[in-house]
Design a binder for this molecule. Sequence first.
Ligand code: MG
Length: 379
Amino acid sequence: MKITRVRLFEVELPLVHSFQTSSHKKSSLTHILVELTDEHDSTGWGEVASPTHPYFTSETTDTAWLMATGYLVQSVLGVEWEHPGDVDGCWAKIRGHEFAKAGFAGAAWDLWAKANSQSLAAGLGGTRSVVRSGVSLGIEPTIDILLDQVDKQVSAGYGRVKLKIAPGWDVLPVQAVRQAYPALDLHVDANGAYGSDTSSMDRLAQLDAYGLTMIEQPFAPRDFPAHARLQERIATAVCLDEAVVQLDDLRTMIAMKAGRVLNIKVSRMAGLTVAKAAHDLAWNEGIPVWCGGMHEFGIGRAGNVALSSLPNFTLPSDVSGSDKYYARDVITPAITARDGAVDVPTGPGIGFAIDHAWIAHNQLRYFDSEVPADQSGRQ
Ligand code: MG
């Protein structure tokens, strides 16, 4: 196969409900959609789901745009390839920028699966027809409000609830939710909010009493030793998220016994090729995985669903329906959850049609490798 044209669409979609992060309030999200065209005029689609600001990762929408238009487009144009894994080799020299690469990798996988008349899930080696989905709840103003939120999600059929925790919002909310829902699959995610000092360790160790499925990324992304110390001390599984960007990070996690569960985020790991390799390596090591999300639009979300159909995704993934976030998505039909589960699409590629009109309506920037750079700037 050969990529003959690349188009990029920076798209801003309004959110159904605005949400508060540690830094600011968001009422819309902006992602970059990647369309690759091959020599037979077939197209594949991927999504760069980088946040706008550099708080989860060092990347932003702007850095991804710069990397895509300045390097990644040129790296893939005209290259002959047989398998999407080959396309990763095009950008092997470019360090970092995993979110930007993930958009291109996703489009190559979609293109390849379509060329083989198979679903993306089948192309990746998926074995499930339905993926179990969990929900993630933020830090709420009060425990009563949190309990209301949990009740809403449990009533909607979600079998796993994740609570965001941080110093000052940890043991008491976990205790309250556990008392109200003794059998709920419950886990917590600190996004690296804790220091590795003794009092933080002691605090986190108290969570061991509540039957959590896992404690996710309590310490800073690179602090493998702190995660290993906590894992040695508690019975609850420690899960790594931000810490594992490359396969080598997963090897470090395994070697240091820094956790017993892995959250695979396709964007964080530079796309489906590396994500699948991480799944395979973790499976060999007896480490169960689940798929985390970045509030993807439908294209990236479809990739997450397909990936989650692989056999070692034995824990519920963050692949809830896109209708929770977007009134109208960039694919049709929208991805929806039913009783806390999402069907794995069986159509060719990502298995959804692209809503070109909605993309055009919400487009902020456009790039076309067939149009001179000075004519494809911000619109
Ligand atoms: Mg996380």
